[in-house]
Design a protein around this ligand. Structure first.
Ligand code: FAD
Length: 399
């Protein structure tokens, strides 16, 4: 596979670099550079800047207002975004519900929701998991009673990332109890301001609030918010999960953290030498770099197939998810090692803005431990590694 950038791709890379250099707000770049936590306004400001350029949904087809980026352009964009300290993009709209809407939605649903995803004026969240229905998602119990022109939803979702920031949720609900458990599931869009929706925070080890439990108590959802046919939600849900797993390659994050690892390993001293001159540490850094290159090639192959109209396919997207999350975890482990004892200091002021305390110790030691802790979850959300391995065994190896 030839990975040399064509003149057009080189020009695109230069354009992305120049655009980010000119438009990424300095305060946001500084927060990302220092691993400080971002709030809703930070994410939205940057996404709306990208939206005005047409780049928040760059990979969407042109007929739906996208830029029809090639696989290589998508990779270039993420790589440069990582190098230049851009925030992680919230992919619930552009990479999850967006493709479901333009593939399965009605004209009215497309007209209502696609523009607001493209310009990032609306924040979406994902209501899939429930207590007792994570890996075994088809066991979900949240009930939607069909009342003709509307559904009445009762039940609970859990681990809903950023539900407290969200304007809308795409949600899996049960509308039927007959047949296989996958058959009675429907895909509903729920306005988070509807009476009866209650979002409760789940605080994390690092003090952050990004997870929630969401309760539904007689929530009235208009029928026009149903995607496709009632009872066929499992088909749309699986389509979405394949896109989600591609996003979980974590290209931007890995690029950013690898760059940091190389820099820190060149600055921090281990005894009389720099950490990068320690052969064992240098071999670890080289190891993750090589693995990352292989991941990029795998991702390029899969995205090229998808652009040519082939589905991501469950086995392939599972492979990308496993490698992308394991490499990201390994890099954060190495960053914790590089930070050494300085990294053990928990600093809620500089990290969360919880108080006005000044940063204590070197800048590079602030983020690695919270980042390491967060990355433990990467091999759980979007489908756990064990479950991805089962999918690969079945679809790729035919076991
Ligand atoms: C940080 C974070 C953010 C999340 N955000 C969202 C969100 O926005 N929206 C949403 O809907 N959900 C979200 N989730 C939920 C996530 O999708 C689930 O946690 C995940 O699917 C696993 O389900 P579970 O937690 O119920 O674990 P379980 O399914 O109970 O699994 C527990 C353990 O058993 C293993 N296991 C389960 N089944 C099998 C099997 N068949 N074979 C082998 N091993 C198995 C798993 O690998 C895991 O180690 C998030 C989770 C986290 C941690």
């Amino acid at each position: 596979m030839d990975l040399t950038l064509s003149p057009a791709e080189q020009a695109f890379e230069a354009e992305v670099r120049a655009f980010i250099g000119e438009h990424l707000p300095a305060d946001i770049r500084e927060k990302v550079r220092l691993d400080r936590f971002l709030d809703r306004d930070d994410f939205m400001r940057w996404q709306q800047i990208l939206g005005r350029q047409g780049w928040f949904t760059g990979a969407w087809p042109r007929e739906h207002g996208g830029q029809a980026w090639s696989a290589m352009q998508t990779i270039i964009f993420n790589r440069v975004a990582g190098e230049m300290h851009c925030p992680e993009l919230q992919v619930f709209g552009p990479a999850m519900v967006g493709p479901v809407l333009y593939t399965f939605g009605t004209e009215a649903q497309k007209a209502k929701h696609l523009p607001a995803i493209r310009d990032s004026s609306v924040w979406w969240c994902q209501g899939y998991s429930e207590p007792g229905a994570g890996s075994d998602l088809a066991s979900l119990k949240t009930q939607a009673d069909d009342q003709g022109d509307h559904f009445v939803v009762n039940g609970q979702k859990i681990w809903t990332s950023y539900a407290h920031f969200a304007d809308w949720m795409f949600c899996l609900v049960r509308t039927g109890r007959e047949g296989r458990k996958q058959e009675g599931i429907s895909f509903l869009l729920i306005d988070m301001k509807t009476p009866g929706v209650d979002v409760q925070p789940i605080r994390m080890l690092d003090g952050r609030h990004y997870l929630n439990a969401v309760f539904f108590d007689d929530v009235k959802v208009p029928r026009e918010n149903l995607i496709g046919e009632a009872g066929r939600g499992w088909t749309y849900a699986k389509f979405l999960l394949e896109h989600e797993r591609v996003e979980n390659a974590n290209l931007r994050f890995i690029t950013q953290e690898l760059q940091k690892l190389r820099r820190v390993a060149g600055e921090v001293r281990s005894g009389r030498r720099r950490l990068i001159d320690d052969p064992a540490f240098a071999a670890e850094v080289a190891g993750v770099e090589v693995q990352f290159k292989a991941l990029e090639i795998g991702l390029l192959r899969m995205l090229s197939d998808m652009h040519a109209g082939a589905p991501a396919g469950p086995g392939k997207s599972s492979f990308i998810k496993i490698r992308g999350t394991e490499i990201a975890q390994r890099i954060t482990e190495l960053l914790v090692q590089a930070a050494g004892p300085d990294g053990q200091r928990y600093q809620p002021g500089p990290l969360l803005g919880a108080n006005d305390d000044a940063l204590v110790g070197p800048e590079h030691a602030l983020g690695p431990v919270p980042s390491y802790q967060f990355c433990r979850a990467m091999t759980i959300y979007g489908g756990s590694t064990e479950v991805q391995k089962n999918i690969m065994a079945k679809h790729a190896l035919g076991l």
